[in-house]
Design a protein around this ligand. Structure first.
Ligand code: ADP
Length: 447
């Protein structure tokens, strides 16, 4: 087992990882920018190292500073959290060259899944169902038209190097296609420095369903069921639940086993998420994230398995703590992402939190790094906390969520809490009846 883990992140996820390390009796080091000197994870860690000024590129993305912090403190492993360097293959490789363990998959697996064309090819080879589309990159208009005619309109053009929902264009007719192809390529080139694009069938009303997997790097892997993250705004997840209200047990086992087998065959090490669009009973792979996700606590709630413990165990060569047969799915869990944003316009709202009171009681978990008097720096993501609620079934979970949202107090800044208070009372949400476009339509109506 590791002696000392360095946590290369900030906010709620830094605290989340720190808690897991403490439980396992491992010493913790956190790195932070000058803007985060007062952060909770800095206060709770055994050691902290300031690695630079507020902008992420000078601190949380500064690989040299982070490696230096490992050397100075004698950390033998790094947990990258999510975002920042968590899917940076070069970071994983550099740590390996310094004999420091990256708590995550190999650089090669990160690289394969980071290139969306390569990821889709790999998924297909491993028996994972994919969205019908071009075999690889498409550059010629003639080729694009041939593929689109074959799969049928509408189609979507996506950047191979894409991420965060950027660089995607929908074409409904052959005339649209010419413009869409040209725009997608130039946008991809400008945003990612790589103008490779590919074509997929555009699904009109899918749900976003993702499967949590963990591999031991030695050919064994398990799945921990799925999460439904269909409630999104601008391709950003807002509300996540497990299990998906749309799946039955048989479908869950089928897609879960396909994913676990694929991950085992790949020799994948660590936690990962295989994302699908789901429509008319069919799953279509869109991408794989080779890291811990923001929404991982809903999976923890229904399985009772600590995903960060598993990540650390696997990375240290200790293997998985459970077999697939031992995994049980119990009850239902929902997560709301509390952002420091206006609940309608989503404009960021940094500033000082004058009062912060979190809900409690059975089945309620709050993961947050903020506190009363905390000043939110304007440089980073606006997520200030996550409310995760668990119940024996979805109805109980929703009742508890409504109660917990009522108890939650964040004064001094705007947050997305009022949006969630509206959503728990909505009949479509109560029925689990929504797709990936539901939230945008709801917000547009201004109900
Ligand atoms: P990114 O890596 O940029 O997040 P994804 O491939 O994960 O890109 O897609 C992000 C979102 O875009 C999906 O959650 C979905 O809302 C939409 N999307 C992607 N592919 C399709 C498709 N073939 N049909 C319909 N919507 C899609």
């Amino acid at each position: 087992m590791f002696q000392k883990i360095l946590i290369a992140n900030r906010g709620e996820i830094a605290l989340r990882v720190l808690r897991a390390a403490k439980e396992l009796g491992i010493k913790t080091v956190v790195v932070h920018s000058t803007a985060d000197a007062d952060a909770m994870h800095v206060r709770l860690a055994d050691e902290s190292v300031c690695i630079g000024p507020p902008p992420s590129r000078d601190s949380y993305l500064n690989i040299h500073q982070i490696v230096a912090a490992c050397e100075i403190t004698g950390a033998d492993a790094v947990h990258p959290g999510y975002g920042f360097l968590s899917e940076n293959a070069k970071f994983s490789d550099i740590l390996a060259a310094h004999n420091i363990t990256f708590i995550g998959p190999s650089g090669d697996h990160i690289r394969t899944m980071g290139d969306k064309i390569e990821a889709k090819r790999t998924a297909k080879r491993l028996g994972i169902p994919v969205v019908p589309g071009s075999d690889g990159a498409v550059t010629e208009e003639k080729e694009a038209k041939r593929v689109a005619a074959e799969i049928g309109y509408p189609v979507i053009i996506k950047a191979s190097a894409g991420g965060g929902g950027r660089g995607m264009k929908v074409a409904r007719t052959e005339e649209d296609l010419e413009i869409a192809l040209a725009t997608a390529r130039s946008e991809a080139g400008a945003a990612f420095g790589d103008d490779a694009v590919y074509i997929e069938k555009y699904l009109e009303k899918p749900r976003h369903i993702e499967v949590q997997v963990v591999g031991d790097g030695a050919g064994k892997a398990i799945h921990l069921g799925e999460r439904d993250c269909s409630l999104q705004r601008r391709h950003q997840k807002v509300w996540e639940e497990a299990n998906s209200p749309a799946l039955n047990e048989e479908e869950r086992a089928r897609i879960g086993n396909i994913c676990a087998t694929a991950i085992a065959d790949l020799g994948y090490s660590g936690a990962g998420t295989i994302e699908f669009l789901y429509e008319n009973g069919e799953f279509y792979f869109i991408e794989m994230n080779t890291r811990l996700q923001v929404e991982h606590p809903v999976t923890e709630a229904i399985t009772g398995i600590d995903l960060v413990h598993e990540q650390i165990r696997v990375a240290s060569g200790g293997g998985l703590s459970v077999t697939q047969n031992e995994v049980r799915f119990q009850g239902h869990a929902i997560e709301c992402r509390i952002n420091a944003e206006d609940p309608r316009t989503f404009t960021p709202s940094p500033g000082t939190i004058t009062h912060f009171h979190t809900p409690g009681g059975l089945g309620v978990r709050v993961d947050s790094g903020v506190y009363s008097g905390y000043k939110i720096p304007p440089y980073y993501d606006s997520l200030i906390g996550k409310l995760i609620v668990h119940g024996r079934n979805r109805v109980e979970c929703m009742m508890r969520l409504r109660r917990a949202l009522d108890e939650f107090v964040v004064d001094g800044i705007n947050t997305t809490l009022p949006l969630f208070r509206d959503l728990v009372g909505n009949p479509d949400i109560a029925n689990g009846d929504y797709d990936i476009h539901w939230l945008e339509k709801y917000l547009a109506k201004g109900e």
